[in-house]
Design a protein around this ligand. Structure first.
Ligand code: SAM
Ligand code: SF4
Length: 468
């Protein structure tokens, strides 16, 4: 069967207007080793760990650094200033950062790197003080005061201009737009509320204005960002909720997505809106964490598994071709074999297209960390087996679902240009990742038939007609 899925044919193509470049206008001299001429240019390297919120925060800091006249480099040894923008959600994320800090201490001793800044979620945690001493870090910033980087790099008055209200991401064709920061939930395992604080929502008009400006300067794909975007409420008291904001943004931008959502806040009308609006990508990321009601209660998630299932039914009915992803934690203290079986059952029932599966990681200061040494703690070997079982179940479902796409003709948004294997990476309107043989530029569209599929990606044939 051949069908075009949610083709965005009513949308007038928006001409790609080149945005003001973020790179400095003067190109620095580069020595044969690749290091820009230190006499004329200061250099900075930003490394990001973690979620899209962190990518977005890094983009904000990148703007400040470029505004201050630094040139961005990719290798630590070429950088005067290194910014590590970090994640604290799981212990292995902290271990990775420690590895980088160790290398940076060595480069500092050798005089190759001058300053190191540690920012983001680790910066907001107590542990940063110990890291500061151990690795002689020059600047520590949390997630609320990233604007203080401005002072550090010699930009005057940045508190005025680099507030959380300001956009940061301005890629060539995609942009993240933060609609809220922080989180009002208190999930047993999670450090986010303590490192990012309580929820603060941006006024609707500010968000819409920012989206309009981005689209006017060439952005073709807007992602609305927040820890629980669907909990968004207009702080100006208009009574508008996330449903209203998404509807407004979908009128302004040619392609829209949002992440992350919380099942307790997700309204059925929002799920239906995804199917109704041509500009909203038909993919939903709705973290469930567990299929066991007992564990959902212990995690303080605020919903039962059947309520989650009902939301998924609404989504599948509203967006039949859409893609669904989730987050699942295995091995939370107290999780029994029966709880794990419930999770596997839920995975089967919801038939996820993909999932981020995590082994529980005790985070200092969280309720669940206090239980990590209790009799209910799940041994590492058991957690590893459960992890693999959930992952396998998700992949089997995803593979079957992806196979059903073979033969369909899809309009594909190009996210990354053709690489070494001759294929660009794109996304269908249903949110499937696709590899497609085209020279079309990021931000453009091609139409192609899906020829084969793996568990994670679809493979399309030669595009039909020119890119648009
Ligand atoms: N706000 C989102 C939500 O509630 O769905 C998730 C934010 S969190 C940064 C991303 C994911 O990391 C969570 O959904 C959870 O699955 C996982 N996670 C958070 N804390 C964790 C921990 N201590 N151990 C293992 N996984 C964790
Ligand atoms: Fe963490 Fe729960 Fe908030 Fe998500 S909803 S950020 S998991 S506390």
């Amino acid at each position: 069967m051949s069908s075009i899925t949610k083709t965005n044919k009513n949308i007038t193509p928006i001409p790609l207007v080149k945005k003001p470049s973020l790179t400095p206008t003067t190109v620095p001299a580069v020595d044969p080793g690749g290091r820009p001429d230190a006499e004329s240019t200061r250099t900075a390297c930003i490394r990001t760990f973690g979620c899209q919120m962190n990518v977005h925060d890094s983009d904000r800091m990148r703007r400040m650094i470029l505004d201050a006249g630094y040139t961005e480099v990719t290798r630590y040894e070429d950088a005067d200033l290194v910014v590590l923008n970090t994640c604290y959600v799981r212990e292995n994320a902290v271990d990775r950062v420690r590895g980088h800090l160790g290398e940076l201490s060595r480069l500092k001793r050798e005089g190759r790197v001058k300053k190191v800044a540690l920012t983001g979620c680790i910066g907001a945690a107590e542990e940063s003080r110990q890291l500061e001493k151990q690795y002689s870090i020059d600047l520590i910033l949390g997630t609320h005061n990233t604007y203080e980087l401005a002072d550090f790099i010699g930009l005057p008055g940045m508190e005025e201009t680099h507030t959380p209200e300001l956009p940061g991401t301005e890629g060539e064709h995609t942009a993240f737009v933060t609609i809220m920061t922080g989180c009002n939930y208190k999930c047993s395992y999670c450090v986010v509320p303590s490192v990012r604080g309580r929820m603060v929502c941006r006024p609707m008009e500010n968000v819409v204005h920012e989206v309009r400006r981005l689209v006017g300067s060439g952005t073709r794909y807007v992602t609305l960002l927040g820890q629980t975007v669907d909990a968004w409420r207009d702080p100006e008291g208009s009574g508008n909720k996330f449903f209203d904001l998404l509807g407004r943004v979908a009128e302004e931008a040619p392609r829209v997505w949002f992440t992350t959502s919380h099942p307790s806040n997700m309204e059925d009308r929002t799920l239906r809106l995804i199917g109704e609006r041509e500009t909203i990508v038909g993919k939903l990321h709705l973290p469930v964490q567990s299929g066991s009601d007992r564990m959902l209660k212990a995690m303080h998630r605020g919903y039962k598994s059947d309520r989650y299932r009902r939301k998924i039914e609404v989504f599948r009915e509203a967006v039949p071709e859409g893609t669904l992803s989730t987050d699942i934690i295995v091995g939370h203290p107290g999780e029994t074999e029966e709880d794990h079986e419930e999770t596997l059952r839920l995975v089967e029932d919801c038939s996820f297209d993909s999932a981020y599966v995590f082994k529980f990681s005790p985070r200092s200061g969280t309720e669940a960390a206090g239980l990590a040494k209790s009799p209910g703690a799940v041994p590492e070997g058991v957690a590893q087996r459960r992890f693999l079982e959930v992952l396998r179940a998700v992949e089997q479902n995803a593979f079957k679902r992806n196979q059903r796409k073979i033969g369909s003709t899809e309009e594909i948004y190009i996210r990354h240009a053709k690489n070494g294997n001759g294929r660009a990476v794109g996304e269908t309107w249903s949110g499937h990742a696709v590899h497609v043989p085209t020279t079309a530029k990021p931000g453009g569209y091609v139409t192609s038939k899906i020829e084969s599929a793996g568990p994670h990606v679809l493979y399309a044939g030669e595009p039909v007609g020119p890119p648009r």
